[in-house]
Design a protein around this ligand. Structure first.
Ligand code: R5P
Length: 314
């Protein structure tokens, strides 16, 4: 097999995105059998010869998260034992990333454990997008390409031609991302002072910055229960903001998130397809999905050809 020959496989978490990624590359997903034994153990077998090949496995850590992680690890083990030359984990949504430090006694650093498991299973490199914290790259001893959905959102917002615009970070951790948005869109910057009394409960104390009579865009990496988002919207309205939009890469939208968004005065939330769409989500008028498929296709192509991926960040 020639050095640059590559094969792309997918786990079961986000087949729709995987098919789009391979379609853009004028390829088909690698043939394999993926299922479970009657006791729930995962079984996998590749029908393709991967000896000496550059193998990519696409798997998002979406509901059912733990199952999908295990699926990815087992697929990698199979390819390692079948003598693949290089195996890349393509992870559109890397779960457990929010547990990335020991911020209370006796808690795990889950993001690091997942990194260790991926390396142990045999991955040679990781391709992700908008990891919750850039530092997660340092949890790996193998190369990590962390793409950004930012160029996709920016080109969309440029077309909307919003005037008197302020970009809002919903917490201190997101200021860097919000600052890049504000520079690219030539907009102002504001920050919400968020506290978490307990897990999954967000409270916005103040808005730092002027949003009175401004159109605003809240930017975040994840919208999970939508507590952060809807509380930020509430605080922005209280501070006199005009229209409120939001851009979040990973639309987990768990629990009552959709209802909270429907009841909130937000104009529209833009998310990407790193996590597959639930049916009710597709019907929601307040949510619009922008695809990251093309970005991943280009990154896979660059990794395989060993050309720079930095153009994808522009
Ligand atoms: C937190 O640091 C993240 O950037 C998001 O703000 C958070 O995960 C959103 O969670 P939720 O939608 O449950 O408030």
């Amino acid at each position: 097999m020639t050095k640059n020959k590559y094969l792309i496989f997918s786990g079961s978490s986000n087949l729709q995105l995987a098919k789009q990624i391979v379609g853009n590359l004028k390829k088909k997903l690698g043939q394999s059998s993926l299922g479970t034994f009657s006791d729930g153990e995962i079984r996998f077998q590749s029908w393709e010869n991967v000896r000496g090949a550059d193998v990519f496995i696409i798997q998002s850590f979406t509901k059912d998260i733990n199952f999908h992680i295990m699926e990815l690890l087992l697929m990698c083990d199979a390819f390692k034992r079948a003598s693949a030359r290089r195996i890349t984990a393509v992870i559109p949504y890397y779960a457990y990333a929010r547990q990335d430090r020991k911020d209370r006694p006796r808690v795990p650093i889950s993001a690091k454990l997942i990194a260790d498991l991926l390396e142990t299973s045999g991955f040679s490199r990781i391709l992700a997008i908008d990891l919750h914290a850039n530092q997660i790259q340092g949890f790996f001893n193998i190369p990590v390409d962390n793409l950004m959905a930012l160029p996709i959102f920016i080109s969309h917002f440029k077309k909307m031609k919003l005037k008197d615009l302020v970009i809002v970070s919903p917490d201190a951790g997101g200021v860097e991302r919000a600052r890049i948005f504000s520079q690219k869109l030539k907009a102002g910057l504001a920050i919400a002072d968020k506290r978490r009394a307990e897990a999954n409960v967000a409270e916005i104390m103040h808005i730092i910055g002027d949003v009175k009579d401004k159109n605003t865009i809240i930017v975040d990496d994840i919208v999970d229960t939508a507590g952060t988002m809807t509380e930020t919207v509430k605080a922005l309205k209280k501070n006199g903001a005009k229209k409120i939009y939001a851009a979040c890469t990973h639309g987990i939208l768990s629990g009552k998130a959709l209802k909270k968004l429907a009841d909130s005065p937000i104009e529209k939330l833009f998310i990407t397809d790193t996590i597959p769409l639930q049916e009710e989500l597709a019907a929601s008028k307040k949510i619009e999905v922008l695809s990251v498929a093309d970005l991943f296709s280009q990154a896979i192509c660059s990794i395989n050809k060993e050309t720079s991926v930095s153009k994808l960040f522009k």
